[in-house]
Write a protein that binds this ligand. Structure first.
Ligand SMILES: Cc1cc2nc3c(=O)[nH]c(=O)nc-3n(C[C@H](O)[C@H](O)[C@H](O)COP(=O)(O)OP(=O)(O)OC[C@H]3O[C@@H](n4cnc5c(N)ncnc54)[C@H](O)[C@@H]3O)c2cc1C
Length: 481
């Protein structure tokens, strides 16, 4: 590819050092662009950062890196080098006292639900096949169509309602389309009888994990950027993107200081950008004000035991507890626990700002988590040594039914602003995994460097025009074309 000289004159500010922002900076700095990254927290990596706790390393909830996009995997390997291991994925669903394999396996469901309930599941699945629902616009409709009503109620409804805080018939089908894709009961049955070995996204049973936690990748990018003439400035919050008319001129720090840039890449919540501008048309402002994020509370518990359970994480569907997922960091790579004998679990809670849960103090949240652990009884009375709370605002963009009707006018408005690129999970209002955000960062850099015309809004939708597919294995990339 040809790089033009104008890159030497470009001065780019990047807001947020999560996977999207720091990847973009990493790619730009390689081509000699002047880049400054501004991160409000004390560490890079965003939601995928790794923190130190009780002498061990933990992520913000479980972080499995997975991509079948060769571009993303090559970049990840370029940064990780050989410092990763393949981790066997074991994730199960806790429902009414039983642990079900996830992704669901037909035989497993049969043995745990019993013949009668399994029969009901099969009947409701077949009913969908013979008399399919005509609409698949909501999460409930989409999943019912794929799995039948009964399985939807057991395996998807309670968990999704805990996560999003809204009824599944108010949740857009996009969430299912992005996360469950084409997997269905039919596939599970075919896999059971080995009729067809379906390599589905949710069925991949191994993943590459960095020896120092998922955040290692982004910490290394930071070092590279700083060593090659860029600046990653942590503890620096950006209040506003400055513009004159429809042209970006720079940024305003939370301290009030103004800095000039001719391009800004933003991963801050899309709604925050709009809120700070007073010349945005009312219709666009109204749309942006309807877009909402869901918060996460992580309660870490340090348990005096080593072999509590084998899962990397367990989805908690049971309605008798508020927690939705429990991760076990002892089951990623041994390097994380750095020789310690205890096990750190992270219990996830999801809520809105005005929920009682968000207002609880750390002591109350730790007590709640301890009680719920007892209710589920997966630690079998092992001693809890300590607790720690981590609150994450604006963690999940909420895909309310028809949310795209609100998002589209905001996208169109932002597209008119010269010198602005908006990417990332909060930035683009996309329920991204790391790979989507890394790809957004890479393609945003190409747009800036070569004036490429990648439509960044389309990443992490059903749109996929990329032809080279590969997976990361213990020895590097494996072609899967
Ligand atoms: C519990 C949990 C589990 C997950 N599990 C997985 C998984 O298994 N696999 C996977 O691939 N992904 C997983 N993810 C998703 C993954 O963490 C995200 O996709 C990824 O971190 C998104 O990167 P991003 O850069 O788009 O956004 P973020 O990670 O949100 O980064 C945005 C950054 O911008 C900063 N920022 C925001 N506003 C400002 C401002 N005004 N000024 C300066 N800085 C600002 C933030 O502090 C943050 O660091 C999980 C996420 C969570 C919460």
């Amino acid at each position: 590819m040809q790089y033009s000289n104008f890159n030497n004159h470009k001065k780019v500010a990047i807001i947020g050092a999560g996977p999207a922002g720091i990847t973009c900076a990493y790619q730009l700095i390689k081509q000699g662009v002047q880049v400054d990254v501004y991160e409000s927290s004390s560490q890079v990596g965003g939601l995928a950062k790794t923190i130190e706790l009780w002498g061990q390393k933990v992520d913000l909830g479980p972080h499995r890196f997975y991509s079948d996009d060769t571009r993303v995997n090559k970049l990840w390997l370029e940064v990780a080098g050989r410092d990763y291991k393949m981790v066997k994925r074991l994730t199960r669903i806790y429902y009414k006292g039983d642990f079900y394999c996830y992704p669901i396996k037909a035989l497993d469901v049969l043995s745990k639900l019993g013949l009668y309930n399994s029969f009901l599941c099969l009947i409701s699945y077949l009913k969908e096949k013979v008399l399919p629902s005509t609409r698949s616009q909501t999460f409930e409709e989409w999943v019912t169509h794929k799995f039948g009503k009964k399985l939807y109620e057991i395996f998807f409804k309670t968990y999704s309602e805990k996560l999003w805080g809204i009824k599944c018939n108010e949740l857009d089908a996009d969430f299912a389309a992005q996360r469950i894709k084409k997997f269905s009961l039919g596939e599970a049955i075919k896999n059971m009888f080995r009729i067809k070995n379906i390599k589905h996204k949710t069925l991949v049973d191994e993943f590459a994990y960095p020896l120092n936690g998922s955040g290692m990748i982004y910490e290394r990018m930071k070092v590279f950027i700083n060593e090659n003439g860029g600046n990653v400035k942590c503890n620096t919050k950006i209040k506003k993107i400055q513009k004159t008319g429809n042209r970006v001129t720079g940024i305003e720090l939370a301290t009030g200081e103004n800095l000039l840039y001719n391009h800004v890449v933003s991963t801050m919540p899309i709604t925050s950008i709009i809120r700070e501008w007073n010349d945005v048309p009312d219709g666009v402002k109204d749309c942006a004000s309807i877009l909402k994020f869901r918060n996460t509370i992580l309660v870490y518990l340090n348990i005096d035991a080593q072999n509590l359970f084998e899962d990397n994480w367990i989805y908690i569907h049971s309605g008798s507890v508020k927690t939705g997922r429990i991760s076990n960091f002892r089951n990623f790579v041994p390097e994380l626990n750095q020789g310690n004998n205890s096990t750190i679990l992270a219990m996830e809670y999801w809520c809105n700002y005005d929920d009682v849960l968000w207002g609880l103090n750390d002591t109350q949240l730790i007590e709640l988590a301890k009680d719920e652990l007892n209710t589920i009884n997966i630690t079998k009375g092992a001693k809890i040594l300590a607790g720690h709370v981590f609150k994450i605002p604006n963690c999940y963009p909420i895909y309310n039914k028809n949310y795209k009707d609100q998002l589209k006018p905001v996208e169109d408005y932002l597209d008119q602003i010269t010198g602005l690129t908006v990417i990332g999970r909060g930035g683009a209002f996309k329920y991204n995994n790391q790979d989507h955000s890394i790809l957004m960062g890479m393609l945003a850099a190409e747009n800036i460097l070569f004036n490429s015309q990648h439509n960044l809004w389309e990443i992490n939708t059903d749109y996929d025009n990329y032809q080279e597919h590969s997976l990361i294995s213990a020895t590097g990339l494996v072609d899967i074309n």
